[in-house]
Design a protein around this ligand. Structure first.
Ligand code: ZN
Length: 300
């Protein structure tokens, strides 16, 4: 529907995470009219609060975008489109997330993974503008990766699960068995925030930059990035999430990526300009929820 008045359009954005839901009513990064954070409890309780937030908005909302923790079903042609599916958060398994929001609010719903939403936010307004092939990782409570290949958000069979790839795990150097409930020592099992906490018996936020935790962490992240570079040839890699708030990790990861690639991928982006190749999200912690807004805007 075209906007015939001079009023700017507003959209809803929902970034659904394992601990909280970030919700906004916005037109873009510089037009955030309303925002709230809602704790993730049961689907009924949390979604009721999300719906109440949007119903309180005095602004007309044209559509709502959702970027959700998962696994999810992002296939619009599937009968379970918009569902959270096999998540380890048991109360949320087989939850018709998009359907509940659509039925309550009566607007079109865009639905994707949390990391694809964040990637889309960065593509629209942030560090991936103008790029056709790039990857966005979140490294925090869990690890996930999404992004675009040749200008399209990656889906495929379901959606990528870049946090669950297997990495070389030297048990002599790192006897920690990993904490992924499905795989043990996959990338998330070795390098998520809970993995760092479990290995060292301390909150990662309290570990100083020279703690050996971080050299190991940078090694695991660099191994995953090198695999991604070899498989997808991304034009840039964006690293967000709570662990990456420790910004001293960036130079450690960049140096290890160069060492591991060993001159094989011949491009100035890696050989010379790696500071602009492996970067934090330009939208910071807002990438996901603003990406959900961008997904919603694209529906209209
Ligand atoms: Zn795993």
């Amino acid at each position: 529907m075209s906007n015939t008045s001079s009023e700017p359009d507003y959209y809803g954005g929902i970034e659904a995470g394992g601990t909280k839901f970030n919700c906004v009513v916005a037109g873009g990064p510089d037009r955030v009219a309303l925002e709230t954070r809602i704790p993730t409890t049961t689907p009924q309780e949390t979604l009721d609060q999300v719906i109440a937030f949007f119903k309180r908005s005095a602004l007309p909302i044209k559509s709502i975008g959702i970027g959700s923790f998962g696994p999810v079903d992002p296939d619009p042609n599937s009968p379970t489109f918009g569902y959270i599916t096999s998540t380890p958060k048991l109360a949320w398994q087989h939850t018709d997330f998009a359907g509940a929001i659509r039925r309550a609010l009566g607007v079109p719903i865009a639905f994707d993974t949390d990391v694809n939403a964040a990637a889309y936010g960065e593509h629209t307004w942030g560090a991936a503008q103008g790029l056709r092939t790039f990857v966005y990782y979140t490294i925090g409570t869990g690890i996930g990766g999404g992004g675009m290949v040749e200008g399209r958000l990656m889906h495929g069979l379901i959606h990528p699960e870049m946090g669950h790839v297997f990495l070389p795990h030297d048990r002599a150097r790192d006897p920690y068995p990993g904490c992924c409930p499905y795989h043990g020592d996959c990338f998330e099992g070795l390098a998520s925030g809970p993995a760092i906490a479990g290995r060292w018996g301390a909150d990662p936020q309290t570990l100083p930059p020279d703690h050996p935790a971080w050299a190991l962490e940078a090694d695991y992240i660099a191994l995953a990035l090198v695999n991604t570079i070899c498989i997808l040839s991304p034009q840039r890699i964006i690293l967000g999430g709570g662990v990456m708030e420790r910004r001293f990790l960036f130079p450690m990861i960049r140096q290890r990526v160069q060492t591991l690639l060993n001159g094989y991928v011949v491009h100035a982006a890696i050989l010379r300009d790696i500071d602009d190749y492996i970067v934090p999200p330009a939208l910071g912690a807002q990438a996901g929820v603003l990406g959900a807004v961008a997904l919603a805007r694209d529906l209209c």
